[in-house]
Design a protein around this ligand. Sequence first.
Ligand code: CP
Ligand code: NVA
Length: 298
Amino acid sequence: MKHLLDIADLGPEGLKEVLDLARAADPGRPLEGKGAALVFQHPSARTRNSMEMAVVQLGGHPVYITDAEVGMGTRESPADVARTLASYHSLIAARVRDHRLLEGMVAASPVPIVNMLSDAAHPLQALADLLTLQDELGRLEGVTVAYVGDVNNVARSLAVACAMAGVTLRLAAPDGFDCTDADLKAWSAYGAEVTLTSNPREAVADADAVYTDVWTSMGQEEENERRKKIFAPYQVNDALMAAAKPDAIFLHCLPAKRGFEVTDSVVDSPASRVWPQARNRMHSARGALAWLLAHADG
Ligand code: CP
Ligand code: NVA
């Protein structure tokens, strides 16, 4: 039984297979006549819709469930939620406030568990990010990506994905919102180099792609005002894009807080690939689900 709590769960071979499956003309119908439970503790536009459509394209029936119904960790333990939902569904996906809820489900689940975003990781986003880099730049090996902003769930999954795929990643973040030397060592151990600086210009120099995400993630809303001040020098604007390669592309997982982590002029520029990136969420989700189902027991 395989689960997808973060990119590392796929292994380097699995990651390649998922990206190939994402592009497969005929992914088959491994979910024919079966259900997929999609549980959300936070709102979602891209993840909900891309996952629902990926399930439909694989022949299955997605069921959208809010935490008001399951009360994961409050009304019922994550293990019992997994046992219950697995009675009806061949796959359970969840967007959770606390990554440990996903681990609690994995411990008891007879069907694959998929992380649709936690405080620690966003693997489905990282798969779409790699697919977009490959589509837009024609390769992954040897590509340099600069991630500017909060080293959050999105950045951490991106780091593992890039390292496993041979993409050099340069992180630029303020002190206290960065990562540890141990993180950098662990990520680099997958293969490609992951480095950290507090200087955004240094990170983007010669980069093929510049990536950012919101300064305040879901669940951190009370820190918003403090974060706006700290992250102001990390805005991706025309001047910062000009310091990257002349043909560098811009990526963002979305939703974007325009005027904060990125300006309209960048997100709406010809360099921006945020819409193909959003569309790739569906293709990569389909690839990930097909791969997990091929590795599920029974
Ligand atoms: N990028 C992403 O996960 O978007 P949603 O929060 O809208 O799902
Ligand atoms: N880092 C953001 C990503 C949203 C898709 C958050 O967790 O809110």
